[in-house]
Ligand binder design. Structure first.
Ligand SMILES: Cc1ncc(C[n+]2csc(CCOP(=O)(O)OP(=O)(O)O)c2C)c(N)n1
Ligand SMILES: [Mg+2]
Length: 588
């Protein structure tokens, strides 16, 4: 068999159900090798970045890898942004690229990146993957793939990149195809030791205002049920980071909501007031901490911090810890639930934070039910979350839409929410929404700004071609809203790039999204009256066809930032920023 046939066989042995990617001469042998395996469903996107986004969201939905096949040069380069997004979010992905034939290495042929090394795609991917390799011997192909896959899924997950030169794909090899599991550890996720679990239980007993912060690591570890069981047993309130929104249903009585610079006011207040924060699988990002500003969301001077993460390098990165523990989120919750005594909770504290949550809900309800037209973004988010079927998923793109979704949506079920705010790549959600649909066909809706949708609008072709019935809800404001508002705040004027305007007529410009959808063979409807949102969503979900709901939104609504928190950037380079740094510039 050829190496290409061995790779295809390996796909089968590894149990892959799908692969994504895009054709190219450098992967003809691989494509040919996969042709006799139609039961492994290959989905070709209209752009390589979409393929990576789909593999990313596919893994999040299923816990399964769907490899991404890329051609050399521009093919694999189109995948760079998507790969970096996956890396930033700790999502495993297996990128397999074709390379030029080894006879031509260094000759500077078409699509060879020969400028600083032979065919040097590996150097492009190394900083944004957990590992990047070029296969240089045909007989090592399965060894390399098994190692790459193990690297992607073990420990803290992340993407990997394997380049297989053209002639190596065609080389003849023989032997058994070893399954990945033969080369992988049984378990690769560290477990917090018993003594440390006991210490955490003791800290909880002694605390007056304990709080659990669940981060994206909880979702990636499949730790939602264990989180719920623990929280219920010890009666400790829970806040989540943005990626983990809904890890504990936001309708659960112990949920105080999403914490961040655009999160629930209730969650920020709880985070500021807690005396014991148990942070699990959370990185304390800029979003989560309001730019790490001292006392802004977190007041670490009065809070003891237990920080649990799979990756030691995240512990202590931004906040000093009282107890830093390396371990898997799900196992940590399970072990702690066994160790900790059932408790009525700290009644006063629970009453306080529930009060905060009730105040927050009362504050946003008038916005969530605003009857104004064009549509208030809070109303839009509320309607989408409400209309979502029980098993449905919301995939969120980047822009003002992100913050409105964070604040005004309530996510009821774990797994019902996917977002990529770490790299915050426009178009990630609008193209990624098809990954989960391809995996299991459950209803999926993407909320996306008009700017971001325009970056990847050809995703509609993939949806129609492969009959993947996602729903895109476009927040149409004829602008890069978050940019326009930020520039206005900062500089009292805006650059023309912030607005979509026809230069010949001066009118606001966007393509006609309804006609665009129809041109692709999908369905579309424009909504400007909030009353029409729920019926449009219901119709779209029921139709089991790709739908675009083009919503004219009220552009006078400001970007949403949590009230009462200071998220100001440093105003002078020479001045130390009031974060929790070890030292300060002496001149301060
Ligand atoms: C690929 C990429 N380019 C640029 C940016 C910077 N950026 C972040 S949000 C945004 C504007 C988003 O506009 P739109 O999708 O219309 O959403 P709105 O804020 O109007 O709701 C831009 C340009 C980015 N995050 N990603
Ligand atoms: Mg916009």
């Amino acid at each position: 068999m050829r190496v290409a046939d061995a790779v295809a066989k390996w796909f089968e042995v590894a149990g892959f159900r799908h692969y994504f990617g895009y054709a190219g001469g450098a992967v003809w042998p691989l494509m040919d090798g996969l042709t006799p395996f139609p039961h492994i469903d290959g989905i070709q996107a209209k752009h390589e970045s979409h393929a990576v986004h789909m593999a990313d969201t596919y893994w999040r939905a299923t816990g399964e890898i769907a490899p991404v096949i890329l051609s050399k040069g521009p093919g694999l380069l189109n995948a760079v942004g998507g790969c970096a997004s996956a890396m930033h979010e700790s999502v495993p992905a297996l990128l397999i690229a074709g390379g030029g034939t080894t006879h031509f290495l260094g000759k500077g042929g078409m699509q060879e990146m020969y400028y600083r090394g032979h065919e040097d795609a590996v150097s492009v991917f190394r900083p944004i993957t957990k590992g990047a390799w070029m296969v240089v011997r045909p007989d090592s192909i399965i060894e390399v793939l098994n190692f790459a896959l193990k690297t992607a899924i073990s420990g803290r997950p992340g993407p990997v990149f394997v380049e297989i030169p053209f002639d190596i794909q065609l080389a003849e090899v023989e032997g058994e195809i070893e399954a990945p599991r033969a080369r992988s550890p049984q378990a690769s996720r560290a477990r917090v030791g018993r003594e440390d679990i006991a210490k955490v239980a003791e800290l909880i007993r002694g605390a007056e205002r304990p709080l659990i912060l669940a981060g994206g690591g909880v979702v990636k570890a499949g730790g939602e049920a264990a989180l719920k069981a623990l929280a219920e047993k010890i009666n400790v309130p829970v806040v989540t980071t943005l990626p983990a929104k809904g890890a504990l249903s936001e309708e659960h009585p112990l949920s105080i909501g999403t914490v961040g610079r655009s999160g629930f006011v209730s969650a920020a207040r709880a985070a500021r007031e807690t005396d014991l924060l148990i942070a699990v699988g959370a990185r304390f990002s800029d979003n989560n901490t309001a730019n790490w500003r001292k006392g802004s969301i977190y007041d670490m001077e009065k809070t003891s911090l237990v920080h649990v993460d799979l990756d030691y390098s995240e512990i202590g990165r931004n906040f000093a810890v009282d107890l830093g523990l390396v371990g898997d989120a799900r196992i940590f919750f399970e072990d702690l639930a066994r160790e900790a005594a059932a408790s009525e909770g700290k009644a006063e504290w629970l009453k306080t934070v529930r009060g905060y949550r009730a105040e927050w809900e009362a504050e946003i309800l008038p916005l969530q039910t605003a009857a104004t037209s064009p549509v208030h973004p809070a109303r839009l988010m509320h309607e989408v979350a409400k209309a979502l079927p029980e098993d449905g998923r919301v995939i969120v793109d980047i822009g003002d839409v992100t913050q409105y979704a964070e604040a005004y949506m309530k996510i009821r079920a774990p797994g019902g929410w996917q977002i990529s705010p770490g790299m915050a790549e426009m178009g990630w959600g609008a193209s990624g929404v098809l990954g989960p649909v391809a995996a299991d066909g459950r209803p999926a809706v993407c909320v996306v700004g008009d700017g971001s949708f325009n970056m990847v609008a050809q995703i509609l072709a993939t949806a129609v071609e492969y009959n993947l019935p996602a729903v895109w809800v476009i927040l149409n404001n004829f602008e890069l809203g978050i940019e326009r508002k930020g520039m206005e705040r900062g500089y009292n004027r805006t650059h023309p790039w912030c607005h979509f305007v026809r230069k010949d007529t001066g009118e606001p410009y966007n393509p006609d999204f309804v006609k665009l959808a129809e041109a692709y063979g999908a369905h579309g409807v424009q909504v400007s009256n909030p009353e029409d949102l729920a019926p449009a969503l219901e119709k779209a979900f029921a139709s089991k066809r790709p739908w675009v709901i083009d919503v004219l939104v009220d552009r006078s609504v400001p970007s949403y930032f949590t009230k009462g928190i200071d998220r100001a950037y440093p105003d002078k380079w020479s001045k130390s920023y009031p974060a929790y740094n070890l030292l300060r510039n002496a001149e301060n």
